[in-house]
Design a protein around this ligand. Structure first.
Ligand SMILES: [Zn+2]
Length: 352
C-alpha cells in the first residue's frame, strides 16, 4: 500500500510539473511563503530496506532547494521573522523558512555547511529526552529490529502474529504493518512496552540509537551560539500530544520548553508538534501552545503560508522535503503551492 501511495504522489508531482499546471496554480496557492520541514540530512545510503527514507534528504538535494529559492528571489528567513511578517502583515516579499525536527546530529554535520553557503537561517526543534540521550526514536528502533531479524513475532489484539522478514520487500511489509500497529496503540506506555520488548528480543539498544543520532545538550549549546540557528521545542518525550490528558499535554509543552531554556540560557518561543498531523495536533493543542507562550507552532499539515495564517500562528502548515521525492524538478511544483494544495484538498488555510 505504501509503495502504491508513493507512486501516486510521484505521479501527481510529475503531472503538475509536466502539464505546467503549477504555473497556473501558483498565483492562487503559492501564498506569501512556505515553511520547509526536514528531519535528517545525510548522504544517501545503499541498501534496499530504508523504511524511514522519507525522513531524510541528501545535502545535495538541500543545496538544490536553496539554489531554486535563490533563482526565484525568495527570502530565506528564520521563524522569528516569519512571526514578525505575519504580525505586521508585511507580505511584500515571498519567503521560505527551514525547520528541522527532533534534533539530529547530522543537521549540524551535513545541513549546516550547506545552509551556511547560502547564509540561510534555520530552526532545530529539540525533543528534550533526545538531547538527554534517554529518548525513544521508536520508528528507527523498529527499522533496526526488522533489519536484523529473519522473522518477527508479536501479539496483536491477543493473537500471536508472525511476520516474515527475510527479504527487503518482506521487511518493508512488516515495517508498514508494525509501524501502524505501534502508532495505533492507545497509550505511550503501550508503545514503550511493545517496542521495548521487540528491541530486547532482537538485541537493539534504543538508548544507543538516541545517543548515536541526536545532538546532546552540550552540542546543542554550541550550535545555538551560531547566529544562523534557532532552537525550538518539540516536547519532552515526543508523544502524541492530542492523546494526552490536558495536564500532561501542557506539561510536555511547558516543561519541555523550560528544559531547553535552562540548557541553552536563551528564550525558546517556537514549537513543532510531535507527529504534527491532525491526529496529533488540533484545536486544543493550538490553544495550549498559545497559553504556554509560544509565538509560533508548526504542524505537519501540508500547506503554504497565507495572510490568513496570521490569525493562527500556533497552527502553521509546512511543506515536507521528502526523501522519497528528491528530484529538483519538483521544487517549482512545491514552491508554487500546487503540491500542498493537491494534498490538503485545495484549501488555503486549515487551522481548526
Ligand atoms: Zn519529531
Amino acid at each position: 500500500m505504501k509503495q502504491l501511495r508513493h507512486s501516486v504522489i510521484r505521479a501527481g508531482l510529475e503531472a503538475l510539473y509536466f502539464t505546467g499546471a503549477h504555473h497556473l496554480l501558483r498565483p492562487i496557492f503559492a501564498g506569501i511563503g512556505g515553511i520547509f520541514m526536514l528531519h535528517q540530512v545525510r548522504p544517501g545510503r545503499g541498501g534496499a530496506f530504508q523504511p524511514n527514507r522519507h525522513l531524510e534528504v541528501t545535502p545535495g538535494f538541500l543545496r538544490a532547494t536553496l539554489l531554486h529559492l535563490r533563482t526565484q528571489d525568495i527570502d530565506v528567513i528564520p521563524m522569528d521573522e516569519v512571526y514578525r511578517r505575519l504580525v505586521e502583515r508585511d507580505f511584500s516579499r515571498r519567503f521560505a523558512c527551514f525547520t528541522f525536527d527532533d534534533g539530529y546530529r547530522d543537521n549540524r554535520d551535513f545541513a549546516l555547511p550547506v545552509l551556511r553557503e547560502f547564509d540561510a537561517p534555520f530552526t532545530v526543534y529539540v525533543t528534550s529526552d533526545f538531547a538527554e540521550g534517554t529518548g525513544r526514536l521508536w520508528w528507527i528502533a523498529l527499522e533496526a529490529v526488522i533489519a536484523r531479524a529473519h522473522s518477527i513475532e508479536v501479539e496483536i489484539g491477543g493473537a500471536a502474529t508472525r511476520f516474515d522478514a527475510d527479504t527487503p520487500p518482506a521487511k518493508q511489509a512488516a515495517f508498514d504493518r508494525l509501524h501502524d500497529w505501534l502508532r495505533g496503540l492507545p497509550g505511550e506506555q503501550d508503545l514503550a512496552r511493545e517496542i521495548g520488548a521487540l528491541c530486547a528480543r532482537h538485541g537493539v539498544d534504543q538508548a544507543a540509537i538516541c545517543r548515536d543520532l541526536c545532538l546532546s545538550w552540550d552540542e546543542l549549546k554550541s550550535l545555538a551560539d551560531d547566529p544562523l540557528i534557532a532552537i525550538g521545542a518539540h516536547s519532552i518525550t515526543h508523544c502524541n500530544l492530542a492523546r494526552q490528558a490536558e495536564p500532561a499535554a501542557r506539561h510536555e509543552m511547558v516543561a519541555g520548553r523550560e528544559r531547553i531554556e535552562a540548557a541553552m540560557q536563551r528564550p525558546v518561543v517556537h514549537l513543532a508538534y510531535p507527529y504534527g498531523d491532525k491526529g496529533a495536533a488540533g484545536a486544543r493543542e493550538f490553544a495550549l501552545a498559545r497559553t504556554a507562550g509560544y509565538r509560533t507552532a508548526v504542524t505537519t499539515r501540508p500547506g503554504m503560508i497565507f495572510p490568513e495564517n496570521a490569525n493562527h500562528p500556533t497552527a502553521l502548515p509546512r511543506v515536507s522535503l521528502n526523501g522519497n521525492y528528491q528530484d529538483a524538478r519538483i521544487l517549482p511544483v512545491l514552491t508554487s503551492g500546487a503540491a500542498t494544495a493537491m494534498w490538503n484538498g485545495f484549501r488555503r488555510v486549515d487551522a481548526a
